[in-house]
Structure formats: structure tokens, C-alpha cells
Design a protein around this ligand. Sequence first.
Ligand code: PMT
Length: 400
Amino acid sequence: MKSLTNKRVLLGVSAGIAAYKTPDLVRKLTELGAEVQIILSKNADQFVAPLSLQAVSGHAVHNYAMTAESESGMGHIDLARWADIVLIAPATANVMARLCQGNADELLTTVCVATEAPIAVAPAMNQQMWQNAASEANIATLESRGVHILGPDAGEQACGEVGPGRMLQPADIAARVASLFQNTQLTGKRIMITAGPTWEALDPVRGITNHSSGKMGYALAEAAIEAGAEVTLVSGPTYIAKPERANIVDVVSALDMHSAVMSTIDQQDIFIGVAAVADYRPVDSADQKIKKNADQMTITMVKNPDILADVASRDTPPFCVGFAAETNDVVEYARGKLEHKKLDLIAANHVGGSETGFGTTDNAITLISNDNAIELPRQHKSALARQLISEISKAFNEQS
Ligand code: PMT
């Protein structure tokens, strides 16, 4: 996973000459792992071909107009909810003035009013326009509302003048967008996360496992890295990209995971058990492939160690967060695990449906402590992970 993996960037392109650089900007964002959708402002297609942007982003480009047809597809509210960040590049003096006013006069400005996602603008205009008192006041207003101002650069301009107002280079914009997701909630803290399934071998080619994809645990690892933590990710077998900036420890069985966790657990500040660890393993694992000679077969199983409970019962345990995957009475069972395993927090996860839980893109959680319960509603696992890390760091800091 790269610095923008699982991040959804809604790129608004307004009508300025620097728009010709936006196919490159889309490339730079996708190279960092982002998924990019594009809204063209009115007349932006005079400066960049929608087809080029469609080709590099892999998505149909949204036009400025809000028609019955466009709204029947992914309409302005869907786009506003889809975005992890709205980036306007180039941002003309005109579009920034309209943002200040809260205008909702075309798709891009309407999405900006409707979104809860952070907004970043990369201004691009003539140096005199940039230094105009109205532009300066608009920038100050946007900044005071939390809009991130990326640039501008200074130098020779398309109009032949020299001065401030050039759009930043695409690579610089992409890097700054990635850095906006960084925070300092867990700076200097060491976090261990277990993720994915375990594989309990029956013979060299068969085993007992489950449908955990690793998505939730990997998203938490990525969010913890963004929050400044040093992350050790102990992962069962998965088929998705691993976070690039985590220390990865690959394991197969529950016993492997147990010993990998225990080997460095005393160096950790926080432990989060997201893995779907097999509760039992076959007593025997055959050296050779088992032949189908009999009509029936009985497998005798033995209980695996409970990794989370073993971590939480250490003399000086790290701050412990468990997950509880349940199909019914989710909160009640999760509370039982919180108390029984002596955890600080537990994330109650409804599983068994097609929309949340094992293998899904989205998830929903009730985060339970001894005296509180917070609902984190259904959303993309990476967005949910950022919320969870924020709640975990708050609880951790209150305790320490
Ligand atoms: O990987 P994904 O496809 O994204 O799916 C995510 C998920 C559904 C697997 C995840 O959100 C989740 O709910 N993980 C917990 C799965 C689970 O095994 O729950 P449990 O209720 O059986 O276990 C309770 C807790 O004890 C968990 O933190 C588990 O990691 C831990 N445990 C369980 C058994 C064991 N032997 N050792 C453990 O550490």
C-alpha cells in the first residue's frame, strides 16, 4: 500500500491554462495509490480533453452541468460522500470566489458545499490577479474555513509575466495531498496489529481457514501509520497489497501468529487484534496428501491459544483492542469478550451479511469500552479505520 492507497480523490478542474497539466496530476495521484474521479468546471474542456482524463483516471469524467441524466448516475450527493478529499487544480480566481460565497451553481461548487471531506485548492492565475486584494481576501476566507491552499508557485507565466500564481507541479500537488492525510495522534507510538485469517493445515495442500481478506486490519495499519505510529502488522495469508510502511510479519497458522506476536509484544504500546484466528486446529497434520479411501472422515481438533487474551493478561500489557465478529446479539457478545479478555476496547462487528464484515469493502462497528459505546456507521473500511484510530488514540491518551 502506498501513501494514497484506498484514498478517493475527487479532482475538480476549473477553466485555466494549467488544466493541461491535469492528466499528469491524475497519473501522479494514481501512482501514489489514489482512486481519482474528475469533475470539469464550465469551459475547462477548452483546456484539457475529457477523453484524456477519462483514460488516465479509468472513470467517466463528470461534466459541470447538473442534468436529470447526470444526477440519475452518481449525483452530487453521491460524489460528495464518495470523496476522501476534494482537490481543485487548477483553482482559478473565479472558482475560489464562488467557493467563498458558497455558490452551488454547477456540479463542482455544489459538491464543495455538500461534502464533509476536506477541500484543497491549487491556485493558478496571473500574478496580478493573485495579488489582487479580492483574491487575497478570498484566500484568507478559505484558509479560515479549513480549506488547504497548495501553492501557488512563482515564475514565468503563460501570459508572459513573471511572479506568483503558477500552479504547483503535479508531483508536488500529489505529495502535498498525501501529506494532508498525515497526523500526529500516535507519533512515536508502537502498534502491533494482527490481520487476515489463519490457515490450519490438514495436509500439505488442504486446511481450515475463513473468509477474512485482511482489508480491515490493513486499513487500520495504514491509518495508524498516517497517525505517526510505528506499525508491526502480523498477517495471516491474504491476497491484497500490504501497507508499504509497516513492518510485515507473515504467518500461516494460529500457533505461528501467537509466537510472532509474543516475540515483540513487550515493545508495543497498543495491540489491536483484527485477525480472524482459528479457534481450533487439527490435532494431526498429515505429511502427505490425504487419500479419499474412506466414505467418512473425522477430524479431531484441539483449541488454539487465544492471542488477544494472552496479550491482555501480561504483567504490563499494552493498550488492548479486540474485534468481535458476531452474527447475532453483536453488542452483548462483544461486551462479554471485553470483560472476559480484560480489554480496553472492543470493536463489535456484525458479520454474516453481504455489506459488512468478512471480505467486504465497507464495514460498520460499535466501539465499546467499559463505560461507553460509540456507533461508527457503515463506510469504506479505510475511512472507518481512520475514525477507529482516532478513537483508539483518544482512549489510549486518556489512560496513559
Ligand atoms: O479481513 P476482512 O475481510 O476485512 O474482515 C474483517 C473482520 C470481519 C475479520 C474483522 O473486522 C473482525 O471482526 N475480526 C475479528 C474476527 C474474530 O475472530 O472475532 P472473534 O470474535 O472470534 O475473536 C475475538 C477477538 O479475539 C478478535 O480480536 C480475535 O483477533 C481474537 N482472537 C480470537 C481467537 C484466538 N485464538 N486468538 C485471538 O487473538
